[in-house]
Design a protein around this ligand. Structure first.
Ligand code: CP3
Length: 340
């Protein structure tokens, strides 16, 4: 087992910097498209043999040091009782957005072993096949709440912020239900074999810092505190994290994921030696020439040297048009330039 990724998460000494890419499985890869042309996206997520197959593709093709479970952050929301569809043009759609007491009370906290067993089965299949660690994941409570309240993606999150400001008790009750769901879901993933877990807080960077501290951070802290007993590294990624890094540091995460809008050297100075960092190449840098890509990799590796530990990653997910060759070249560059 290649455990370089887990060592870097814990801040232990490593022979080279491990690398994986957020959204490393997906449409930019022909092998993914071949599977996806046979089934719709939700069927792919819910068919363990197929989900395991596409999880393995980037491990084999790119040579990354960790696999991430193939699923979606919206899967547990469906299990809480909302109807989910993926539209080709509009992205995810959740019907009857949660905006009142009746709808909050109607949501259930799923039992992962019953309601989400297809995810746990995917993990069990993967652990038999993988020779790199498997990362499980969930959306963080605030990001899940935005999808539930907005009914899909959003530009300014007005419905979410209105609930925070106009009905704080209702918002809190919704967040408590989501937090409970996330804790059970990630604990079940770990029990099934996930060796690290990542919380994706894609939209928390849309909050004013004081609102992040009041309406998002407490629920992340609670989630991470409950997961501690399992002893696996917890990675917490907030997209657009610059303005709230000092608060994110208080989340209790073992590894803090950094998006590309921040200089990773500055981020490491703020974070200090308490947690490791993950990141943070601009996903668009995969469209640079190979020489210039290598320069950027070298720069990030140098700047992250003073961190407790560094897991190389993009600052957000791989974009659909990315050349697979560039992703391969990136993995190779990280390994070569960091010492393998
Ligand atoms: O990283 C991986 O390789 C694991 C798989 C993974 C997917 N989604 C697959 C996916 C993970 C970890 C996610 C997380 C996710 N999903 C997030 C958080 C991370 C982030 O990107 O900020 C969010 C916000 C979602 C919600 C979501 N899922 C949206 C908005 C969309 C539509 C936009 C798009 O890219 O099409 C999805 C669909 C989705 N999730 C796809 C994949 C591969 C594309 C589906 C397809 O095959 O058509």
């Amino acid at each position: 087992m290649n455990d370089v990724f887990l060592k870097a998460c814990r801040g232990e000494e490593v022979p080279y910097t491990p690398v994986w890419l957020m959204r490393q499985a997906g449409r930019y890869m022909k092998e993914y498209q071949d599977v996806r042309s046979q089934v719709d996206f939700l069927t792919l997520c819910k068919t363990p043999e197929l989900a395991a197959k596409v999880t393995l593709q980037p491990v084999d093709i790119l040579g990354v040091d960790a696999a991430i479970l193939f699923s979606d952050i919206l899967i547990p929301i469906e299990a809480m009782g909302m109807r989910l569809e993926f539209s080709e043009s509009k992205g995810p759609l959740l019907s009857e957005p949660i905006r009142n007491r009746t709808l909050v009370d109607r949501l259930t906290v799923p039992v992962p072993e019953d309601d989400l067993d297809f995810v746990l089965e995917t993990i069990r299949i993967l652990r038999r096949k993988l020779s790199v660690p498997l990362i499980g994941f969930s959306g963080a409570p605030f990001t899940l709440a935005t999808y539930m309240i907005e009914g899909g993606s959003s530009k300014n999150f007005l419905n979410t912020k209105r609930m925070m400001f106009e009905k704080p008790t209702l918002f809190n009750d919704l967040m408590e239900k989501i937090t409970h769901t996330v804790i059970l879901y990630l604990s079940a993933q770990i029990n099934a074999g996930a060796q690290a877990v990542q919380l994706f807080d894609t939209w928390a960077g849309m909050l004013a810092p004081q609102d992040y501290r009041e309406f998002a951070l407490p629920y992340v802290k609670k989630t991470i505190a409950k997961l501690k007993k399992h002893g696996v590294p917890v990675i917490y990624f907030v997209n657009d994290c610059a303005g709230i890094l000092m608060d994110i540091k208080k989340s209790g995460a073992d590894v803090i994921g950094i998006d590309w809008r921040v200089d990773i050297g500055e981020a490491v100075k703020k974070i200090g030696k308490k947690c490791a960092v993950q990141g943070n190449l601009d996903p668009c840098a995969l469209f640079l020439s190979e020489d210039r890509l290598r320069e950027r990799v070298e720069d990030i590796l140098q700047k992250a040297k003073s961190a407790k530990g560094h897991v190389f990653n993009l600052g957000h997910g791989v974009l659909p048009d990315t050349p697979v060759e560039a992703a391969r070249a990136l993995v190779k560059a990280v390994h070569e330039l960091s010492g393998e």
